[in-house]
Design a protein around this ligand. Sequence first.
Ligand code: SAH
Length: 357
Amino acid sequence: MTPVERALRQLIALEGPQSLERVMGMANAHYYATRDPFGPAGDFMTSPEISQMFGEMLGVWVLSVWEAMGCSSQVRLVELGPGRGTLMKDVLRAAKVLPGFLKSVSVHLVETSPVLRRAQEQNLTNGAAHVSWHDHADEVPAGPVIVLANEFFDALPVKHYLKGDDGWHERVIALENNAFVFGLARGCVPDSLIPARFHGAETGQWVEFSPQGTRIMDDIAQRIARYGGAALIIDYGHEHSRCGETLQAVRQHQHSPVLERLGEGDLSAHVDFQALGEAAQKAGTDRFALLTQAALLNTLGLPARYAALAKAATTAQKPALDSAVERLTDTTHPTAMGQLFKALCVTQPNLFKGGLS
Ligand code: SAH
């Protein structure tokens, strides 16, 4: 039995079936707190771990935001869920081209996992910038912010509700014959607890949403609207909210049943970019059209960076470089990273032209 399973059994014995949101929160907190899950030997691979070019291109975006902000002297560079710290390391290296930037910036990492905090510390100890850590996004000190988040929002707990004849029932996890099973809360919740965009759902349909994700987006967007700055959120997900659920567990690069070995696999759900975009706009930021990861990286200059690295690469290094570009920007099928991953950019009002109204 895993530690999460043991804790969940106790909770169910004391309080009855538990909401999926609570179980997903418990499972992922344990999962990330106890391991470094990235890379071939781990459970999954993320873009910054595929190639330094990913972080370098995000560095280009960070610098363009900073310049558009008038080279603000007090900016907080925030990363949500920084994993090993690889992305931030590559961003800071790319940012050396504007030496004034590193002097003006303090780095704030929002990370709950002690194991990953240690990895981040090791990756970022060259002293180029002052780094501090926070458990929650709302603990970052007030002021202008430039925020990055790659594969952070997909790890936040989601709620599932089924539309029944009599109203909305929340998905819960119960114990049956000594095994965890999905169930439905007996009572219904009123429409007011379900986001308005799902009110047209039909009987028998599931809806999925992450209150925590919306809260974090709202907090960041309020800071941006009030003090200035921008955020770039990259994740896999859908542009428009839709009914249905996308919860999945991944262990050793394979999908596995969600309720099997809780806390030993990565639980995630597709990000609802409509929900995040609307929360940001409501808080007063400009919001830009969603880009695919491929379009984002190509717009920021990936082809030129690739050409420079390819020129300097040895014959032995070149195939890895080619395959990294291919993986990051492949759009040939819906689940290819360049297509499945999307980027949402929100900024202080009028920072850039072209915001959606
Ligand atoms: N951005 C990294 C890691 C993505 S994995 C990359 O692209 O490689 C998700 C990250 O979010 C991990 O660092 C994990 O520890 C962190 N995380 C997950 N849930 C969190 C939460 N509720 N609060 C803060 N960090 C969280």
